[in-house]
Design a protein. Sequence first.
Length: 226
Amino acid sequence: MHFNILTIFPEMFPGTLSGGVVGRALEKGIWSLDTINIRDFAINNYGSVDDEQFGGGVGMVMRPDVLGNAIDSIKERGKIIYFSPRGPTLNQHMVREFASDKDATYTLLCGRYEGIDQRIIDEYNIMELSIGDYILSGGEVAAQVFVDSVVRVMDNVLGGGNEATANESFEIGGLEWPLYTRPSAWRGRNVPEVLLSGHHGNIERWRKQQSDEITKQRRPDLIKEK
Ligand code: SAH
């Protein structure tokens, strides 16, 4: 899988993506990335990539001529995604979809300021994608969330194979059950007996029941969706 990342802060990459299982997958060549510095396509020597908003109002907007030239400089673009609070919110189902083609290329456009000129979205038929109902100062963090979550579910990225991702919150139709490890007694708190019993049927039932209860309490919307 390949990612082209359009940003005015190329030094932010790979950033958090260089660590852990996703970082190892980068080293192994399971995925790769190119950063394209939008400033290389600035309209002047001051490096301007933005301008005032037509119609008035505070905040600057990224110019279509600059962004268009930056996008055109990429040969293999694949699907172009612009991170924006206006898009559908990324969820694990969508993550699976994006990850399903291991040879896919995604071009990720990181906005700054108030965002980008609408004509760029229209011209390139760009998909907008949000990572949640809050406002970030830029799309770079969103791009890292996207790459991390997508690469993570690709084959040969997590140890433990498919099972490691299949058992997770959202993948099981709800939220995860409580997790425990050694020591079995800690500060007077004991690990639930059933988990030490070695009885797989009982353990499975307990986990399912815990998961259902937590999901019902915290995220009833996940149950209705099913
Ligand atoms: N004026 C915009 C917010 C701009 S925030 C609005 O009201 O919708 C600056 C940039 O941060 C955006 O261009 C986008 O790329 C990124 N960004 C902010 N919040 C985001 C979110 N929830 N999901 C994805 N990207 C986001």
